[in-house]
Design a protein around this ligand. Structure first.
Ligand SMILES: [Zn+2]
Length: 236
């Protein structure tokens, strides 16, 4: 095989590895942010449920004071019943008392409903608190894992980079420049394999039979007429 081609394939292999590791490292902050969002969302459910319970407790207390106030008023009216002089006044007071009594019955129904709803909300709170604790544990574990991986990847990256730089010394400057330019332009792939059917795997264009035949000999450097990548035949 043409030795420059052989070196280009090796360099591309190293750069692909470096490219992949870099991408993984670059994706870490986003992954960490997603984990934070997961936890925030879960904690949001807890505070929302807690707020709903407090809100309902407040309503319940206000309804209870309403009942108390009504009962006080009833007592007053009942006291007045003993002092009234006419039947008309007596009936009026009695009507007031009965009105307050039925009001209180309605409020008591509301309170029972509220208490049931509060019970349900408390149950839900226990559940979301449990879920949040789980999410928190998972998030912490995954964050830790990412940090360990990040270190490993960065070490690996430094090693690969060293090997890569040594390999790059082997090239004529003009070829290396062209290779580097393609690497930048073509999303990290400057050397592309050609399939058994004579297709460039970089841009999926079909080579002419003559060019494909030449690429297969591996004697000279060839470049894809469309994406300009250096080409090599995939099959042995
Ligand atoms: Zn191509």
């Amino acid at each position: 095989m043409n030795s420059t081609l052989e070196s280009l394939i090796a360099l591309q292999h190293l750069d692909k590895t470096i490219f992949d590791i870099r991408q993984r490292v670059e994706n870490i902050p986003q992954a960490l942010q997603q984990l934070d969002e997961l936890l925030t969302e879960s904690e949001g459910k807890v505070s929302k449920t807690r707020a709903s319970i407090e809100d309902q407790e407040r309503t319940r207390r206000s309804k209870e004071s309403e009942i108390e106030a009504n009962s006080e008023q009833m007592k007053k009216y009942q006291g007045q019943l003993l002092q009234v002089k006419t039947n008309k006044e007596y009936s009026a007071l009695l009507a007031e008392i009965n009105g307050l009594k039925s009001k209180n019955t309605l409020i008591e129904d509301d309170i029972i409903e509220l208490m049931e709803s509060i019970e349900r909300a408390k149950h839900a709170l226990t559940q979301v608190q449990g879920e949040t604790a789980q999410v928190k544990r998972r998030v912490e574990e995954e964050k830790q894992r990412y940090l360990v991986e990040q270190q490993e990847w960065q070490q690996q990256l430094a090693q690969e980079q060293q090997t890569r730089d040594a390999k790059a010394q082997e090239f004529e400057p003009a070829i290396l420049r062209e290779y580097s330019r393609l690497l930048q332009m073509r999303n990290g792939v400057a050397v592309a394999a050609v399939t058994e059917n004579g297709t460039c795997t970089g841009c999926y264009v079909a080579l002419t039979p003559q060019m494909f035949a030449e690429v297969k000999t591996k004697d000279t450097l060839h470049r894809c007429p469309v994406c300009l990548r250096f080409l090599y035949a995939e099959s042995a």
